[in-house]
Design a protein around this ligand. Sequence first.
Ligand SMILES: *[C@@H]1O[C@H](CO)[C@@H](O)[C@H](O)[C@H]1NC(C)=O
Ligand SMILES: *[C@@H]1O[C@H](CO)[C@@H](O)[C@H](O)[C@H]1NC(C)=O
Ligand SMILES: *[C@@H]1O[C@H](CO)[C@@H](O)[C@H](O)[C@H]1NC(C)=O
Ligand SMILES: *[C@@H]1O[C@H](CO)[C@@H](O)[C@H](O)[C@H]1NC(C)=O
Length: 279
Amino acid sequence: MSLYGIHVFVFALVFLFALSGSFSMPKVVSKSVRENGAKDKTTMSFSWDYLLFVNQWPESFCMYYNASHKHNNNDAQKCIIPTAVSTWTIHGLWPSKVGTEGPSNCNKSWPFQLNEIEDLIPIMNKTWPDLLEGGTYWNLWSHEWCKHGTCAASLPELSGEHKYFQTSLQLKQQIHIDKILSNSGIIPSSTHKYTLEEIEQAVKNGTGGTPILECYQERENSEFRQYIQEIRLCLDKSLKPFDCPKSNQFAHLTSAYDSPCSSKTLIALPAIKSRNKFL
Ligand SMILES: *[C@@H]1O[C@H](CO)[C@@H](O)[C@H](O)[C@H]1NC(C)=O
Ligand SMILES: *[C@@H]1O[C@H](CO)[C@@H](O)[C@H](O)[C@H]1NC(C)=O
Ligand SMILES: *[C@@H]1O[C@H](CO)[C@@H](O)[C@H](O)[C@H]1NC(C)=O
Ligand SMILES: *[C@@H]1O[C@H](CO)[C@@H](O)[C@H](O)[C@H]1NC(C)=O
């Protein structure tokens, strides 16, 4: 082989290496880009099936909060029910997927802005209060918007911060959970308790959809007590209640917070007694 020949050979080898490199390297890169792109797209496309309209019973929420922060209250917040609150409040309106959780935090470049909902604040103070004192009073709204609201925009009625909150407030006005329950004889009480079926039937009768019921559950020695904390209504994309899909949506969660009510024990709807009279 001449010197020239070796040069050509080496050049050819290097060329082949470079070639194979230039073909395989970008392939790997482009694959991962595509995968990341696809992943982003699933969240960015706000893919969801239905909405959970989550109504919260403030007394049970504070019982849950106080119990879970009994030994360790690092956030130094207090669960306080404002005087203006005497019934169910809104927790949130959550885009959801059948069989799993919904998308969340869909658009990081869409921050919560209080001034966008200035006209709604008086009613939101009453119907959508943050029961945790110690932060700003719009903490919960900001959280709900960023986590859930930014995912809801694919529906015209919910596209944008003002619409998201306004539509949620309208739902609250249309669906009077307290009246629906009391029509069926389910009223706050410190003594009387209700079966899971009674509450489900009452909500089904009043809204047309069977809800998901979440409870604060208390285990003390051999005693097991539960208090209704949330009534989650499932709404289709025309915002009409339907029977919530039976799914193991929260089976993977072990926190005390996401506890579906048990049908084996009666459920309490504790009277609101811990309101802050001085606010
Ligand atoms: C929860 O704790 C606060 C004090 O941090 C108290 O004012 C409130 O009454 C308690 N609520 C319940 C339901 O126990
Ligand atoms: C994300 O937020 C920005 C601005 O805040 C908005 O212009 C954009 O349309 C949003 N993206 C989607 C996909 O909704
Ligand atoms: C809403 O409630 C907060 C906290 O209690 C209060 O500071 C604010 O002035 C209220 N705003 C309106 C418009 O009611
Ligand atoms: C069903 O709802 C109606 C009002 O919409 C009420 O009058 C009736 O008592 C309810 N029935 C039951 C079994 O809850």
